[in-house]
Design a protein around this ligand. Structure first.
Ligand SMILES: Nc1ncnc2c1ncn2[C@@H]1O[C@H](COP(=O)(O)OP(=O)(O)OP(=O)(O)O)[C@@H](O)[C@H]1O
Ligand SMILES: [Mg+2]
Length: 235
């Protein structure tokens, strides 16, 4: 199967700042790629670029063989921004019905999606009244509307306690097992364990790309924080 996402020599400038500097990255179909890196390293900028929302200075991006922003891609790629973008005065069900109305084709019903993210019990609660974990799952649910093949999730686990974080990662793995390709960013290095592949980012560049086992072997370090520091400092 061809790679789902290919970025080649990507250069992105925002304002006068050069944000992505000759960045190349490939994500295989059905894989979860964890995008890890410190604040300001360019994770959101890379995600916006892949989602077709960011002007590119040079380089190439191919998503399912198409250019980001192509009309045919619109229903195949879902992007959840860093701040949950749901309507706080609508219930879970109403939020999803609204998002579903924007698509010509929906693979699953609203209730099937609510079931999938375990929100059936609170489906009639307005988003403003949800707990942090429920709100994160509702944000995820909005990306499952339509029939996306690619999910881009910008720090979906931020602010969640470790138990809720693990639950959400289990859900991501379930979605990947259904064939969805996922790019998920995080600050939390420990979340690396739940990804098929990892891309460690720093200052607009990919420092390293591989499985957590490969990166451990490469650096001789056990903890992901230590792996990252070792890659930053060099041998
Ligand atoms: N409109 C803009 N004009 C100039 N610089 C910008 C603009 N938007 C973002 N930047 C800069 O681009 C850099 C990368 O930002 P980006 O949001 O991609 O980082 P990030 O890795 O997602 O960070 P975080 O983990 O904090 O979300 C930052 O230094 C930021 O200040
Ligand atoms: Mg960001």
């Amino acid at each position: 199967m061809p790679s789902a996402i290919i970025c080649k020599d990507l250069v992105v400038q925002r304002g006068t700042n050069l944000i992505l500097k000759d960045l190349s990255l490939t994500i295989e179909s059905g894989q979860i790629l964890g995008l890890l890196g410190p604040s300001g390293s360019g994770k959101t900028t890379l995600m916006r670029s892949i989602a077709g929302l960011q002007k590119i200075k040079s380089g190439e991006i191919s998503v399912l063989g198409m250019k980001p922003g192509t009309a045919a891609l619109r229903e195949k790629i879902a992007y959840s921004t860093q701040t949950a973008s749901v309507y706080s005065d609508l219930t879970c069900q109403e939020n999803l019905r609204y998002f579903a109305s924007l698509f010509s084709h929906n693979e699953k019903t609203v209730d099937e999606i609510l079931e999938e993210v375990d929100l059936i019990a609170v489906r009639n609660q307005v988003a403003a009244s949800l707990s942090g974990g429920e709100l994160s799952r509702l944000a995820l649910a909005t990306t499952l509307v339509g029939s996306p093949e690619i999910l881009i999730l910008d720090e979906p686990t931020v602010g969640l306690d470790p138990v809720l974080r693990i639950q959400l990662w289990e859900l991501f793995n379930k979605l990947a097992a259904q064939g969805k390709t996922m790019l998920v960013s995080s600050h939390v290095m420990a979340e690396a364990e739940y990804c098929h592949g990892l891309a460690l980012m720093r200052s607009g560049r990919i420092l390293a790309h591989g499985t957590s086992a490969e990166l451990r072997e490469q650096t001789g370090k056990e903890k992901m924080e230590e792996v990252f520091i070792s890659l930053v400092k060099g041998p």
